[in-house]
Design a protein around this ligand. Sequence first.
Ligand code: HEC
Ligand code: HEC
Ligand code: HEC
Ligand code: HEC
Ligand code: HEC
Length: 190
Amino acid sequence: MSALTKTPRRGLWVLGGLAAVLLVVLGAALLLRPTPSEAQDAQPFVFNHQIHVQENGISCVYCHSGVMRSPTAGIPSMQLCAGCHAPADGSLGRPGGGIDNGSEALATLRTYIANGTAILWERITFLPRYAYFAHHVHIKAGASCETCHGNVGEMEAVHQVEKMNMGWCLSCHQREPNALELMDCSICHR
Ligand code: HEC
Ligand code: HEC
Ligand code: HEC
Ligand code: HEC
Ligand code: HEC
């Protein structure tokens, strides 16, 4: 056997080892990960997408402003909510739009506004840490939120629709004109 054939084989062993390490990491991540419905049950209160998006026409980007310029979409701060929901008379600090339909969830939101505390939303949708995703690249390439997240605008409590495993990512990447580049391990496993 020549040195020329040995080198690629050693390369394969290294790749196999890397994959094995990733598998162990993935196994641990799956065991520790809360299921999506557990995560939604653990929310401080239900944030209703349907009321905001479908009934009141607020756009996704108004609240998830990271999508155009950064890898993460971002979850809006309590201050953004206060802009519409703090009482107009400023009795809870800064005055807001005073939108109140008497619901229990809005009463809970006002205690956060009064105390000036952040709302600690549980994450519903996420990849294991060893996989990299970037919103802005996909949005600039023309992908819509719905393709990956389903029709969130119709959801009362948001839930994950797609499995978002590697096969799912690759099934779209392989249809792109620059598929060769987009199937390269190192774009997602950096
Ligand atoms: C641009 C204005 C606007 C912003 C920003 C906004 N909301 Fe609302 N919100 C509304 C409107 C309009 C309603 C509907 C009120 C009604 O039914 O009369 C509403 C309703 C609600 C309700 C009541 C839902 C129900 O079940 O009746 C809650 C709770 C709520 N919003 C929470 C939030 C939170 C949390 C944020 C920040 C992440 C937020 N809102 C940001 C406009 C806004
Ligand atoms: C008024 C603000 C507001 C608007 C408008 C809004 N969202 Fe959200 N979104 C939130 C808040 C607050 C959360 C966190 C609470 C939750 O997970 O239910 C959230 C959560 C999410 C999540 C889950 C995040 C996670 O942890 O995985 C997705 C996906 C999402 N939004 C997509 C959308 C899409 C798509 C649209 C437009 C169709 C949209 N949102 C419009 C405020 C908003
Ligand atoms: C090509 C698929 C894809 C598209 C298109 C997409 N997302 Fe996502 N989104 C994901 C993935 C994957 C995650 C988990 C990312 C992670 O954990 O690193 C995610 C996470 C999120 C989260 C929670 C975490 C965060 O990034 O802050 C929100 C909110 C969200 N997306 C909103 C949106 C909105 C709004 C749009 C449309 C403007 C959108 N997404 C378009 C795949 C997508
Ligand atoms: C609906 C189709 C679609 C899905 C689903 C999708 N992608 Fe993409 N992805 C694209 C397109 C289109 C591009 C941009 C191609 C370009 O501009 O060259 C891209 C580019 C990327 C890039 C390159 C970013 C850079 O810095 O250049 C990464 C990383 C990526 N995707 C990760 C993911 C991951 C991880 C998933 C699954 C969680 C995923 N994608 C799911 C279509 C998709
Ligand atoms: C477009 C993005 C993308 C590309 C390209 C990609 N992966 Fe992945 N990979 C992922 C995502 C996302 C996960 C996490 C899946 C989950 O959460 O179930 C993952 C998971 C894995 C895992 C853990 C086990 C599994 O299958 O879920 C291994 C091992 C792995 N990738 C190896 C590779 C190798 C080797 C390549 C190159 C041949 C590659 N990946 C290319 C996105 C990608």
